[in-house]
Design a protein around this ligand. Sequence first.
Ligand code: ZN
Length: 147
Amino acid sequence: MDLKDLYRDVILDHNRQPRNFGRIESPDGRAEGHNPLCGDRLSVCVRMDGERVADIRFEGHGCAISTASASLMTEAVKGKDRAAIAALFARVHALLTQPQAAVDAGLGKLAALSGVREFPARVKCASLCWHTLNAALAHGTATVSTE
Ligand code: ZN
């Protein structure tokens, strides 16, 4: 199995069985995200413990990449503080948009998203959940669009 097969399996697995799917009662932050190019719709809820994301859930419907990316994101950010999440998003964004960006081990399973950069039209599918999370962290409640 080469790396591309491994990455594809991670995406398929997280699309079929999304982690942290659902909602949080009385969340500290919640945002809706919409990617009109593809039709992806997500909502992201967070419960905070100070600066740290204590719990995160998402729901909605979208393509396999948007669902898998949101599932991978929730696993990656749970327990992290705002600064660590911002740093991680910067690395994921580089991974998605810069062909030369390093796929380093620190990204963990998020490295599976590196395959998306071969399909520029799908980058917004993969980044939608991150923009939605940022809105939930910044404003408490918000609606964002990738357009
Ligand atoms: Zn999509």
